[in-house]
Design a protein around this ligand. Structure first.
Ligand code: NAP
Length: 259
């Protein structure tokens, strides 16, 4: 059974893999045997995270700020050079949010969020199509996994207007691309996390204590754990997940499914 989830010999890119959810995902892929390239905006943080994760497997630091299409193209070039022509997995995890009341929600809260959360994943995929196709076979397709959010599926009342719109957009973009790329042996799925303890949800926690209102709202009454997001991504990246494409998969303690 463990061979079904084995990623030995595969090369994966995890954007934003130095910390937060991306770090949980990168560690899971490394433990499953993949070589993993991670990104962070800060070169020193990226190098330090890759060095720490080297205990789990081969981890490569590719610092970059995905605030422009040119930066995404540049990152794709460095991934191309690092992966030796075959890229098996992309996890588009890097994400940006902005919260504020509707009356004063600023126009500047839109372009950066849409760029990092929607356009950068598209540009990376477009640029890396030759490497994904080179890695893909009909029996074991290449995988693109886009990290969306429950906030793009159900109304969460977070006053994060550009964020929720961007996450709904990445879910739809994933399905659109899945339809177009199935014949080229590239699976594209969206994963929709609920609430995980990262920097993005820090305002909902006081140290380790989670706001009881947040927990009451989750059918399973707890936040997600590192193994639960990592396990979902390893499953989707592995032979076990080979028949899944165009899916929107909630990992959320029941928020979407039980709503
Ligand atoms: N935590 C949750 O409960 C939750 C729920 C639903 C969805 N998500 C999604 O999960 C993903 C990871 O978020 P997180 O919870 O781990 O939050 P986080 O700790 O704030 O991490 C955000 C990640 O995105 C990267 N990033 C932000 N702006 C970037 C930019 N301009 N260019 C390149 N990378 C950038 C960060 O990299 P550096 O800071 O290292 O540069 C970091 O790795 C996001 O897509 C988020 O929307 C999280």
């Amino acid at each position: 059974m463990s061979a079904l989830f084995d990623l030995s010999g595969k090369f994966a890119l995890v954007t934003g893999g130095a910390q937060g959810l991306g770090r949980m995902i990168a560690e899971g892929l490394l433990r499953a045997g993949a070589t993993v390239a991670i990104t962070s905006r800060k070169a020193d943080a990226c190098e330090a995270a890759a060095a720490e994760m080297a205990a789990l497997g081969r981890c490569i630091a590719l610092p970059c700020d995905l605030s422009s299409p040119e930066a995404a193209v540049d990152l794709a070039g460095r991934v191309r050079a690092a992966c030796g022509g075959k890229l098996h997995v992309i996890v588009n995890n890097a994400g940006k949010t902005w919260g504020g009341p509707v009356d004063s929600f600023p126009d500047k809260a839109w372009p950066g969020v849409m760029m990092v959360n929607v356009q950068a994943p598209f540009t990376l995929l477009r640029e890396l199509l030759p490497e994904l196709e080179a890695a893909a076979t009909p029996d074991d397709p290449a995988r693109v996994i886009n990290i969306g959010s429950v906030a793009g599926k159900v109304t969460e009342r977070l006053s994060a207007y550009s964020y929720s719109a961007s996450k709904a957009a990445i879910h739809m973009l994933s399905r659109d691309l899945a339809g177009d790329l199935a014949a080229r042996n590239i699976n594209v799925n969206a994963v929709m996390p609920g609430f995980f303890p990262t920097r993005m949800t820090a305002h909902m926690r006081d140290a380790e204590d989670v706001d009881p209102k947040v927990l009451a709202h989750i059918p399973m009454h707890r936040m997600g754990r590192a193994d639960e997001i990592a396990g979902t991504i390893v499953f989707l990246a592995s032979r076990a997940g080979g028949y899944i494409t165009g899916a929107e998969i909630p990992v959320d303690g029941g928020l979407v499914g039980c709503g």
